[in-house]
Design a protein around this ligand. Structure first.
Ligand SMILES: Cc1ncc(COP(=O)(O)O)c(C=O)c1O
Length: 386
């Protein structure tokens, strides 16, 4: 025995409900609509391009900022989708995933005591990432059940210490999306301030019903104060690749790279080389929204037979939430655990996305699944509460 101790930087962090639900799903051989990743195969054209890159010998370190042909094609995508000119040399950095890009942006900016506005429910890395930097999350609930931002509350929560505002559209876990009106409100709030925006856009192309994605990249006045974070893993059905990128102004990106340079330094070269070619075909990303919209529609349509569940809207991401208050009064966590054990269907309780565990009796389903998986899931869900 020795007397080694660590003064934990994250004393409140324990095993998350995601780990609990995944373990239960395996134990009870449940159909798993909890996990936020696809169970279908990714593009073989893309895996082929990555193999080719490896076979051609592209197996050494890429530049710290990322493989240049990939950054160039991303800048072209940005010009074509958002009509914004991005300099691939100074404004884009390839990262090992979206989460890393978010963590790096927060670490680049935050000083102890700084305040960061976070909307809940929130992706689970945000709050620990803020706290590990000694900064303070200022939590604001999205308005239930539409999960929209109440900008009046945002104004009330602003203080001289407000350093960042974190946004996520399309949103995990709710599938809500930012509107043009949200952008106007945001503009008014940040104008003439020192506030930096962190915009988590990892579900960028997964937006439905012809709604335009309100990327910060559309708005040069917002982009100059934003870190916009993306994930190839999320949009191209290869979450295990852990590859993403961040786009910002040259000034902010220079600081971001100082942190990145001494952390991961550079990312998997063959994947970047494969993506650089794959992304030249615009259809590679323009087809994604329609593909996932079909899955959402299929899931929603089948779920009409699970009459005790009430659908909440999903306009993007690959998540769909349902209220279950006509089934029971249990907490969402208890219900999620019970239906995994009793009915063999795994989901995620939305209270897990609130620091205080706010429970609106809502569970999240991931519909980025094969038809067979969705069919098997709904077969079980329709028996609940009968
Ligand atoms: C909102 C949100 N941001 C970021 C990520 C992480 O992306 P990556 O796997 O590229 O780190 C996820 C993954 O679930 C997410 O839902």
């Amino acid at each position: 025995m020795n007397n080694l101790t660590i003064n934990s930087k994250l004393p409140a962090v324990g095993t998350s409900i995601f780990t609990v639900m995944s373990a239960l799903a395996t134990e009870y051989k449940a159909v798993n609509l909890g996990q936020g990743f696809p169970d279908f195969d990714m593009s073989h054209e893309l895996t082929g391009l990555v193999n080719e890159a490896m076979n051609k010998g592209l197996n050494q370190y890429s530049p710290m900022q990322g493989y240049m042909p990939l950054r160039e094609v991303l800048a072209e995508k940005c010009a074509s989708l958002y009509k914004t000119v991005i300099n691939p040399g100074t404004q884009i950095t390839i990262t090992p995933g979206g989460t890393y890009a978010i963590y790096t942006a927060l670490t680049t900016v935050l000083q102890p005591g700084d305040e960061v506005i976070v909307f809940e429910p929130a992706y689970d890395s945000y709050i620990p990432n803020i706290e590990v930097n000694g900064a303070v999350p200022v939590l604001i609930d999205l308005q239930f059940p539409g999960y929209k931002i109440d900008w009046e509350v945002v104004k009330q929560k602003l203080t001289p210490k407000t350093r960042m505002i974190m946004l996520n559209s399309p949103h995990n876990p709710t599938g809500s999306v930012l509107s043009e009106d949200d952008i106007q409100q945001l503009r008014l709030i940040v104008k003439d301030t020192n506030i930096i925006i962190l915009s988590d856009e990892v579900y960028e192309h997964l937006i439905f019903d012809n709604i335009p994605h309100q990327s910060m990249l559309r708005y040069p006045d917002l982009l100059e104060r934003s870190f916009v974070c993306f994930s190839f893993g999320k949009v191209f059905h290869c979450t295990g690749w852990k590859l993403g990128y961040s786009i910002s102004s040259p000034v902010l990106m220079a600081e971001f790279r100082k942190v990145h340079q001494f952390n991961c330094f550079s990312c998997h070269t063959p994947s970047q080389a494969g993506l650089a070619i794959f992304l030249k075909n615009k259809d590679a990303y323009l087809s994604l929204g329609g593909f996932l919209q079909q899955k959402r529609d299929y899931f929603q349509q089948l779920m009409q037979s699970a009459t005790k569940f009430t659908a909440l809207p999903s306009y993007g991401s690959y998540f769909q939430c349902y209220k279950y208050d006509r089934i029971s009064n249990e907490s969402d966590k208890d219900l999620a655990i019970r239906i995994t054990k009793e009915y063999g269907i795994a989901t995620i309780p939305v209270s897990a996305f609130y620091k205080a565990g706010t429970d609106n009796k809502v569970i999240r389903f991931c519909f980025a699944k094969k038809k067979e998986t969705i069919d098997a899931a709904v077969e079980r869900l329709r028996l609940i509460g009968l």
